[in-house]
Design a protein around this ligand. Sequence first.
Ligand code: NAD
Ligand code: 13P
Length: 417
Amino acid sequence: SKKHKVTVVGSGNWGSTIAKIVAENTKAHPETFEEDVQMWVYEEEVTIPKESKHYDESSGDKPQKLTEIINKYHENVKYLPDIALPKNIIANPSVEEAVKDSSILIFNLPHQFIGRISKQLEGKILPFARGVSCIKGVNVTESEISLFSEWIGEGLGIYCGALSGANIANEIALEKWSETTVAYDPPVIDSQAATPTGPSPSSSQINLTITDTDKQQDLKDSRGRTTKARLRAVPSSYPPLDHSVFKSLFHRPYFHVRMVSDVAGVSLGGALKNIVALAAGFVEGRGWGDNAKAAVMRVGLLEMVEFGKEFFGHSVHTATFTEESCGVADLITSCSGGRNFKCARMAAERNVSVAEVEKTELNGQMLQGTSTAKEVNSFLKARGREDAYPLFKAVLDILEGRKTVDDIPDLVARPDE
Ligand code: NAD
Ligand code: 13P
C-alpha cells in the first residue's frame, strides 16, 4: 500500500518551523507517511552570519544558495537560525518539483506571495491531494473577500483546510509548549451526486492513471456557494485522509492540535488578529499601559467576531474565536510578542512608519497586518461598512497618516447598549 508524501510550500520563520514538526511526525509514523518531506524554498543567495556555528565551515562571506545551505547544514540560517532541522527535510528551489506526487500540501508563506505560487502549481499536483493553509491573511479582490484555504482549493481544484493558532514560530521551534487549531472538514463524497472522473488533464504530466472508479464532486465554500474546488476520492491504496491522519501529521508533545470543522473561523482569526496586534503595538509604543492594550484587544475581538458573523455567517461559529487557540489565544500571544505588535510598538516609539521598521528589523521576514489592514478596509469600504469596524479603520488611518494613536480611544468608543 502507498504512503502519503508531504510537501511544505514555504520556508520562512513559520514555514521552516512547521516543516520541522511535520518531518518529525512523518518519521514517527512510517506506516502512514513517506519519511522525506519536501520543502519549497524561494531561492536566494545568503551569507552565513558570522555568529552562526556554520560560519567556519563555509567559505567566509561568500553568498550561497539558501537551499544548499539548508540541505548541507540542516538549518535555515536566515529565517530560523540556530534551530536544527530534521535531516528528512529536503529543501527544493522548484515548487513544481517539490509538490510532485505529494498527496498532502501544506501552504505556509507570507500571504502576499501565494497568488503567484498557486498559479504555478495549476495542473502540477495530484488531483486527489488535500491542502492545509497555514497562511494568516485574507484574499481581497475589489469588493470580494475569500479565505486563502478556499482560494487555494479553487485554484488547484482540491480541498484545502486551515491551521492557525497562538503560534509564535520561534517558541515552537524551541519546542516550548503551545496549542493550535486545525480545521479540516471535507464532505464525505456522496456516491449518488459524485461523477466518475475521466483521465485528468494533468494526469500525463504527473504520471498517474485515473480510473473511472475515482469519484469527484463539487465543493461548496464557507458561504454555501458551489465553487471550482473539487473533492476527489483518495485511491484506496492510500490511508484515508481523515482527521486522524492530519492530527498525526501536526501533533507533537510540544504542539497540541485540536481538530475542528470551522475553516472560516480558523482562517479569519489568524488574519484579523494581525490588525489588532498593530493597534496593541501602537498604544504600547505610545507609552500607555496594559489597560490600554487590553482595551484594544477587547474591541478587536468584538470586531473579529462581528466580521465573521457578517460576512461568513453561513459557517462561522463564534466559539471558534472565543474558545479555540486560533481565536482569543492567538490574539493574546500576538499582542504580547508577535512581529506585528513589536514593529508597531517600535514605529510609535521612534515616530517612523511600520514599513520602515519592517525593513530594518525583520531581516526579510514579512508583516501580514499592514497589508491585511489595507485589504480588509478596502473590502469594508466597497460595502459601505467601514464605520462598523472602527478599530480596523483606525489602524489603517494611523498606518497611512490620517490619524494618530491618540485618536484611538475616541474612535473606538461605542454608545452604551
Ligand atoms: P516570513 O515572515 O519568515 O517571510 C519570509 C519568507 O518569505 C521567506 O521564506 C522568503 O523566502 C519568502 N519570500 C520572500 N520573497 C518572496 C517571493 N517573492 N515569493 C515567495 N516567497 C518569498 O514567513 P513566515 O513567518 O513563514 O510566515 C508565513 C505565514 O505564516 C504568514 O501568513 C504568517 O502570518 C503565518 N504565521 C507566522 C508565524 C510566525 O511566528 N512567524 C506564526 C504563525 C503564522
Ligand atoms: P506575527 O506575524 O505578528 O509575528 O504573528 C505571529 C503569529 O501569528 C502568532 O500566532
